[in-house]
Structures are given as structure tokens and as C-alpha cells.
Design a protein around this ligand. Structure first.
Ligand code: HEG
Length: 147
């Protein structure tokens, strides 16, 4: 059972309340697809992913990036119950989409980098520690239904 301090909850809700999903979501997903090109295999029906420019201007990828952040929003709103909140999403990624769960960490790291770049000096080591803890819980919950 994950325990959150009031300070950690404040940090996480603070980050997400000031986040522009339409900006950060696409940037994080694009970065993941460009830096780790094997992650592109799950998006074969999304159109042109030929190079970095194509990925960054692909509207289906942008829309999916926003969708992923909205998915994270559910974890923020249910911080004491992330595992149960993500049970169905985990089953979907495992049984239907067959997404290798290692990829959750890759996307989480890309999201951290994009948010760090956006927040600049406000992304202190303490903020990073809390954000990494949050993402670790999310990644763990998304991997729960794999067997
Ligand atoms: Mg996943 C669908 C969230 C990582 C590939 N992802 C979805 C959906 C959500 C979501 C909310 C829509 C589910 C639905 O339609 O009911 N994804 C989500 C989160 C994270 C994540 C929160 C991790 C932080 N996803 C992830 C990774 C990959 C991936 C790492 C592949 C590298 N997701 C993926 C694909 C779909 C979804 C291929 C289906 C897209 C579609 O066909 O529309």
C-alpha cells in the first residue's frame, strides 16, 4: 500500500493542475516514439511515422498523447487507489494491445523530461522525487494485469 504525504499530494495535484494536456501529452508521446523507435510498432494504424518530423505532425499521435495524459489524470484523482483505478486499463494493454510493459517506463521517463523542461527551476529534486514516485506507482499498476 502506497502512502502519500500531504506535501506529495500537493506536489502532484499542483503539477497536473497547471499542465497543458494538449501541449505536454503529444510532446511526451512523440519523444517516446522518436527516442525508442520500437515503441512505434503499436501505432501501425496511426498513419505516417516515417521520421521525427512526421511523428511530430501526426494528428493521431497528438490526440493519443492527450488521451494518455487524461488517463494519468484518473490516477491523480485516485491517488490512494491507483491499482484498482487502472485494473481495466492494464488488462487492455496486456490482453488486447499486447504492449510490452517495459514501455510504460520509457513513456514515463519521456513525460518526466518534457515536464522538467516546461517547469524549469520549479522542477526541484524534491519535485522530481515525488513525480518519479507517482509514475512508479502508475507503471506498477499498469503492469498488474500482466501474467
Ligand atoms: Mg496506452 C490506449 C493510457 C502507455 C499504447 N492508453 C490507451 C488509452 C489510455 C491509455 C487511457 C485509451 C484506452 C481506451 O480506449 O479505453 N497508456 C496510457 C497510460 C500510459 C500508457 C496512462 C502510461 C503512462 N500505451 C502506453 C505505452 C504504449 C501504449 C507505453 C506503447 C508503447 N495505448 C497504446 C495503444 C492504445 C492505447 C496502442 C490503443 C490506441 C488506439 O488504438 O486508439
Amino acid at each position: 500500500m502506497v502512502v502519500w504525504t500531504p506535501e506529495e499530494i500537493k506536489t502532484i495535484t499542483g503539477i497536473f493542475s497547471s499542465l497543458d494536456y494538449e501541449d505536454i501529452g503529444p510532446k511526451a508521446l512523440c519523444r517516446c516514439l522518436i527516442v525508442y523507435p520500437w515503441t512505434q510498432r503499436y501505432f501501425g494504424s496511426f498513419g505516417n511515422l516515417y521520421n521525427a518530423a512526421a511523428i511530430k505532425s501526426n494528428p493521431n499521435i497528438a490526440a493519443h498523447g492527450v488521451k494518455v495524459l487524461r488517463g494519468l489524470d484518473r490516477a491523480v484523482k485516485n491517488m490512494d487507489n491507483i491499482k484498482a483505478t487502472y485494473a481495466e486499463l492494464s488488462t487492455l494493454h496486456s490482453e488486447k494491445l499486447h504492449v510490452d510493459p517495459d514501455n510504460f517506463n520509457l513513456l514515463a521517463d519521456c513525460l518526466t523530461i518534457v515536464i522538467a523542461a516546461k517547469m524549469g527551476d520549479d522542477f526541484t529534486p524534491e519535485t522530481q522525487a515525488t513525480f518519479q514516485k507517482f509514475l512508479a506507482v502508475v507503471v506498477n499498476a499498469l503492469g498488474k494485469q500482466y501474467h
